[in-house]
Design a protein around this ligand. Structure first.
Ligand SMILES: Nc1ncnc2c1ncn2[C@@H]1O[C@H](COP(=O)(O)OP(=O)(O)OP(=O)(O)O)[C@@H](O)[C@H]1O
Length: 379
């Protein structure tokens, strides 16, 4: 199947520091040779720690910023060569929703006006049918039509994210970039929004690029996962394969930080030691080598290529194939395998995990403390 969106070898460096004369003296290598594709109707999750380049990739594929190098195609057409008219059509096909819906919703406009705006801008619905379309959009995201008369600040965080999703849907997109869409929400609300996104995907055939630092969230929504570290993708695989058998040491470390589902279980967390190296001065060779327990000399000097096995599982690690199986190092139900215990001595420290990820069941979510946490989805 042809990819809906394909990015090849994307590079974006920002000026990091300048001399007193204003000349660039160092560059932030935010995105440094990133390739991936997204098929129609699927969810590709882009995962990694803060600063790894996820948002820059999102901005590049929406052509909000221009890459220094690389290619992007959408439905087989060269996105970087598109003229104004083609780009306008692309801006309908590809939408974005952000972590903080409030910041992206105009406080001076009613929800009805916010949802009608893209309809007018893209000349989609005759004026007399706009109100009906706005009401349809509100229902689509689980809000009552009377929400149209109110302002964004009158809604809870989850409801505001529903409004932002409705606005993205107004132009009937094929692809939505979801940039940390549930990170700012109360835990109990997160699963409602994730369920809504999944439901909309099935009904409307949408593709998502789901950007998140949190693999626990991604587990609930992704078909495929691309793991990013300091401007590089280090592993890409079907979500099932990645969660069952992560191959890159960095993916394994991220995965082992996911809290176990049983609240009563004694949970263990693997924490990567040391500072995340800076994209301003990234380590040579493999950018993970300064934190990797399996580092060998070659990792310090030679950048590993992203190589595929016969199943399409891509890994960029000189030592993939030599590492112990993932189930030998990942904690299960709070128990520590002997291999993990050995690893910790060399690599990490262990700490009791008091954090929580996605509430799998709203009724049992532990942090339903915000005033709006138990508010119904509709208003
Ligand atoms: N306009 C810019 N000018 C200079 N540096 C930038 C700019 N935008 C991003 N960066 C830098 O590029 C790197 C990647 O940033 P990016 O926001 O893409 O990462 P991220 O993975 O999305 O992180 P976060 O989740 O914290 O937003 C960071 O080091 C960031 O400081």
């Amino acid at each position: 199947m042809t990819a809906l969106l394909e990015a090849k070898n994307l590079v974006k460096h920002f000026v990091g520091t300048r001399s007193m004369f204003g000349r660039p003296t160092a560059f932030v290598r935010a995105v440094d040779g990133v390739s991936f594709n997204v098929k129609a109707g699927e969810t590709l999750a882009l995962v990694g720690e803060s600063g790894c380049g996820k948002s820059t990739v999102s901005r590049l594929v929406l052509r909000l910023i221009e890459p220094d190098q690389g290619e992007i195609s959408f439905e087989g057409r060269d996105l970087l060569a598109m003229g104004a008219n083609e780009l306008r059509a692309f801006r309908r096909d590809a939408q974005i929703i952000f972590q903080d819906p409030y910041a992206s919703l105009n406080p001076r406009m009613t929800v009805g006006q916010i949802l009608a705006e893209p309809l007018v801008l893209h000349d989609l619905v005759p004026a007399e049918q706009r109100q009906k379309r706005v009401e349809e959009l509100l229902r689509l995201v689980g809000l009552e039509p009377r929400a149209a008369r109110r302002y964004a600040h009158e809604f809870s965080g989850g409801q505001r994210q529903r409004i932002a999703i409705a606005r993205a849907l107004a132009v009937e997109p094929k692809l939505i970039i979801c940039d940390e869409p549930v990170s700012a929400l109360d835990v109990s609300i997160r699963s409602q929004i994730l369920n809504l996104l999944r439901d909309l995907q099935q009904r409307l055939g949408l593709a998502y690029i789901f950007v998140s630092h949190d693999l626990a969230v991604v587990k609930h929504i992704a078909d495929r996962v691309a793991v990013m570290n300091l401007g590089h993708i280090v592993e890409t695989a079907d979500a099932e394969a990645l969660f069952a058998s992560p191959r890159h040491p960095y993916s394994r470390a991220l995965l082992s930080a996911i809290p176990v589902p049983k609240p009563q279980a004694k949970r263990s967390r693997l924490v990567l030691e040391g500072e995340i190296p800076s994209a301003l001065n990234p380590p040579s060779g493999c950018r993970f080598h300064t934190r990797c327990p399996y580092v060998i000399d070659r990792c310090r000097s030679e950048l590993p290529q992203l190589l595929s096995d016969s199943s399409g599982h891509l890994t960029a690690c000189h030592r993939s194939g030599e590492l112990p199986p993932a189930d030998a190092i990942l904690p299960s139900d709070g128990g520590l395998s002997p291999t993990l215990a050995r690893l910790i001595a060399a690599f990490n420290r262990m700490e009791e995990a008091g954090t929580s990820g996605v509430g799998t069941d709203d009724a049992t979510a532990p942090h339903a403390t915000a005033p709006h946490a138990n508010a119904p989805a509709g208003i």
